[in-house]
Structures are given as structure tokens and as C-alpha cells.
Ligand binder design. Structure first.
Ligand code: PMP
Length: 404
């Protein structure tokens, strides 16, 4: 059992008032809040060891390099990667996906196909579209059903020898659907395709095991898992990272440079051009330690309780419809209220201290599928409470009364 009040005390922002009301932060899908250990670790880095890494022989540079590489090791251990050099630091999920999509440009031609799903965030659509424009390859889309689940037999039909890469999220940011990625990975491999899993919305709720999953790439962002913004991870199997050309050229990623020819450094440096987000990389390790101390099983159980409670309470509101009713769901509830624009509800409940996301959630094709302009999305984290859900319910009822 989690001691939620004790956990909440770790997050200074949660005791704030917003618009004169206690903050109820239900926009965890966009970014998580940060515990004090993470905030302090950022200051500590700049106060005590700030130096550039992998270059200097001086003591601070060594200390910063060691801390950065220790953190890489923590992430390797956390996701169960076989090698530390399969863990590449990037600026976030978007950067990670672009790095892989750019790498594939050298491998595809007009006879090839790239598969994405109808449930993707724009970050896992646009880089693949750009790849297809560049190479002439064809982009195909795995369709979804009314519940917000992928139609897996259709996925199996779309897969063929032409499929070179499949890019699909582990969990949908807009609806909370958990996709059957184990099966999808197995099927992609049966036709010889690579598969990238966008874990941006999964890593806050579960601990991925990339070797058990056997995915070729797994990507996520630090800021959604209690870490700072501007840091993220690209995990890739060694053989794939060796095969793909680097996304960016510059310092740190080279072995030798002459005007005639440059040779690239070994992994992971080949994909880490320039001075990285050193503090971010180090502190991402701190954030992961913090989450592991709480325990992902505890997090999942408690968030599931919040999901069930929130779903039941919201459905008691007349005219409220939940969008996305997949059997396998994480603690995200997207909803709309008859005759009222989501933005109007969001604006009113913000005045009551409640932070939710409204709009298309960077997933316009999902909104087009349901023929809606957007939704109101409440996404819960392990530091939220049932009392906060009660406050959301009261606020939504008040907004509904004012607007209808
Ligand atoms: N994919 C999914 C499923 C997401 O939820 C997000 C962030 N909302 C992203 C990709 C992009 O992440 P970032 O903006 O941190 O690069």
C-alpha cells in the first residue's frame, strides 16, 4: 500500500494554490511533476560537478562523465537492455523517433512499406511521413475500432515482405489504450520487419523489459517519468544501431575527421553529437531511482484504482461520454459533454484549480476518427487522490451548469 500523503510531500508543486484553489494536477500525460530529489539533484550537479563530459582529463570532467555513464547504466538496468551502449541519450521521444526514421532513409526505396497505427501521437506519424516522402516508400495505417483499440487482424493483413518498419505506441496518449505490443512485435519479426515502440506514455506506468519484448527500438521521454525536460532515451538493439547511419554530425560522435573522410565513433557516441544535456542525463537516473523505490507494481495497482473510481464517477454525470473504452487501459480518461466544447470546460475548471488537457492531444487522426474537435483528458499519476477526482467531478458539474 502506498502512503500517498507521504508521496505528495515529495512534490513541492502539489501544495500550491492555482487561481486561489488547491492545485489538482491531472495533466500527467503531458508532463509529470518532479519530486524534490530530482529538483535538488539538478542544483547539486550545477553547484558541484558541472563540466563537459567525455573530453577533459580534469577532475570535474571525470566526475560529470562518471555520473552521466552511471545514469546510462541505471537506465540500461531499468529497461533490461543487454548493453549500456544500446541506450542513447536524446532530447526526448520526438528526437528519438526522428533519429530512427532518418536512419532508415538509407535503407528504404519505393518498393518498401512503413506501418504506423491510427492511435499514434503526431511524433510517431510525421517523421515516418517525412521518411516516405524522401524514399518513395509507402505509409500504411493499422486501423482502430470504436473502443479505441487497434484491429489486430487488419495489422496482420497489412504486414508483408514489403514492410520494413512498424512504429506503434505502447500506450495511447489520447485514450490510454494499452496496445498488444508483444504480439505485434512477434508478427513484425515474422515478416522480417523492424519495430519501434513509442513508450512515452507507458514508461510512467510500467517498467518495460526490452529483451523480453524483443523490440528493435523503444523510445521515451524523461519529463513524463518525473525527470527534467529536454532528456529522453532511444534504446536500439546493437545490430540496428550499428546498421543505421547517425542522425546528426558533429563533435563527440566521430572517431577521426579529415576533409576527405570522417569515421564515426562506436555506440553510443555515434548518436550523441555535440554537448548533451548532461544534467538531464544524470538526473534522469535519479528520477528512475525514485520511481523504483515506490515500485511500478504499486504504481500500477494504485493508478488502476484511480482509473476505476474516476471512470465510475465521471459516468454519473449526465451527458458525459468517455472516448476510448479499451479493455486494456491505463489511467487516462478522455471525455466530452454533450453540446459543450472541451475547451470551454477546460477553461472553467482551470479557474477552480484543476489542470486537465483539452484539445486533440497531438493525435488529430484519432479525433477525426470519432468526428470530434477534441476531448477533455484527465490523466492520473501515483501522487493523485480520489479526493482530487471528487474535486474534478464537482468542477465539471459546475462548468456544465454554467455552459448549458
Ligand atoms: N508519443 C506519445 C505517445 C506522447 O504522449 C508524446 C508526448 N505527449 C510524444 C510521443 C512526444 O514526446 P516529447 O514531446 O516528450 O518528445
Amino acid at each position: 500500500m502506498l502512503d500517498i500523503q507521504k508521496i505528495r510531500a515529495d512534490f513541492p508543486i502539489l501544495s500550491q494554490k492555482v487561481n486561489g484553489k488547491p492545485l489538482v494536477y491531472f495533466d500527467n500525460g503531458a508532463t509529470s511533476q518532479k519530486p524534490i530529489v530530482v529538483i535538488e539533484a539538478i542544483s547539486k550537479y550545477y553547484e558541484e560537478i558541472n563540466a563537459n563530459i567525455h573530453r577533459g582529463v580534469h577532475t570535474l570532467s571525470q566526475l560529470a562523465t562518471d555520473a552521466y555513464e552511471i545514469s546510462r547504466g541505471k537506465i540500461q538496468y531499468h529497461i533490461n537492455a543487454k548493453f549500456a551502449h544500446e541506450v542513447i541519450f536524446t532530447s526526448g521521444t520526438t528526437h528519438s523517433i526522428n533519429a530512427v526514421a532518418n536512419g532508415f532513409a538509407s535503407l528504404l526505396n519505393e518498393n518498401d512499406e512503413v506501418l504506423v497505427s491510427a492511435l499514434e501521437h503526431h511524433s510517431n506519424i510525421v517523421p515516418w511521413q517525412m521518411l516516405c516522402e524522401k524514399t518513395g516508400a509507402k505509409l500504411k495505417v493499422i486501423p482502430m475500432n470504436e473502443n479505441g483499440e487497434l484491429i489486430i487482424p487488419e495489422y496482420e493483413n497489412l504486414l508483408s515482405g514489403k514492410t520494413k518498419i512498424v512504429a506503434v505506441n505502447h500506450i495511447s496518449n489520447a485514450l490510454g489504450t494499452i496496445n498488444p505490443i508483444e504480439f505485434m512485435i512477434k508478427k513484425a519479426h515474422e515478416v522480417g520487419a523492424a519495430i519501434l515502440i513509442d513508450g512515452a506514455q507507458a514508461t510512467p506506468h510500467l517498467k518495460p523489459d526490452v529483451q523480453a519484448l524483443d523490440c528493435d527500438f523503444y523510445v521515451f521521454s524523461g519529463h513524463k517519468i518525473c525527470g527534467p525536460t529536454g532528456i529522453g532515451i532511444l534504446y536500439g538493439k546493437e545490430e540496428w544501431l550499428n546498421k543505421l547511419p547517425p542522425y546528426q554530425g558533429g563533435g563527440e560522435m566521430i572517431a577521426t575527421v579529415s576533409f576527405e573522410k570522417t569515421t564515426y565513433a562506436d555506440l553510443p557516441h555515434k548518436f550523441e553529437a555535440g554537448t548533451p544535456n548532461i544534467a538531464g542525463g544524470i538526473v534522469l537516473g535519479t528520477a528512475i531511482d525514485y520511481l523504483n523505490q515506490i515500485g511500478f507494481d504499486n504504481i500500477a495497482d494504485y493508478e488502476h484504482e484511480l482509473l476505476e473510481y474516476g471512470t465510475k464517477k465521471l459516468l454519473e454525470i449526465e451527458g458525459l461520454k468517455i472516448i476510448g473504452t479499451a479493455k486494456e487501459k491505463t489511467s487516462v480518461i478522455s471525455f466530452n459533454i454533450d453540446g459543450i466544447h472541451p475547451y470551454d470546460i477546460g477553461t472553467i475548471i482551470d479557474k477552480l484549480g484543476i489542470a486537465v488537457r483539452t484539445g486533440h492531444h497531438c493525435a488529430q487522426p484519432i479525433m477525426d476518427f470519432y468526428k470530434i474537435p477534441g476531448t477533455i483528458r484527465a490523466s492520473f499519476a501515483f501522487y493523485n487522490t480520489k479526493e482530487e477526482i471528487d474535486a474534478l467531478i464537482e468542477a465539471v458539474k459546475k462548468a456544465q451548469m454554467m455552459l448549458s
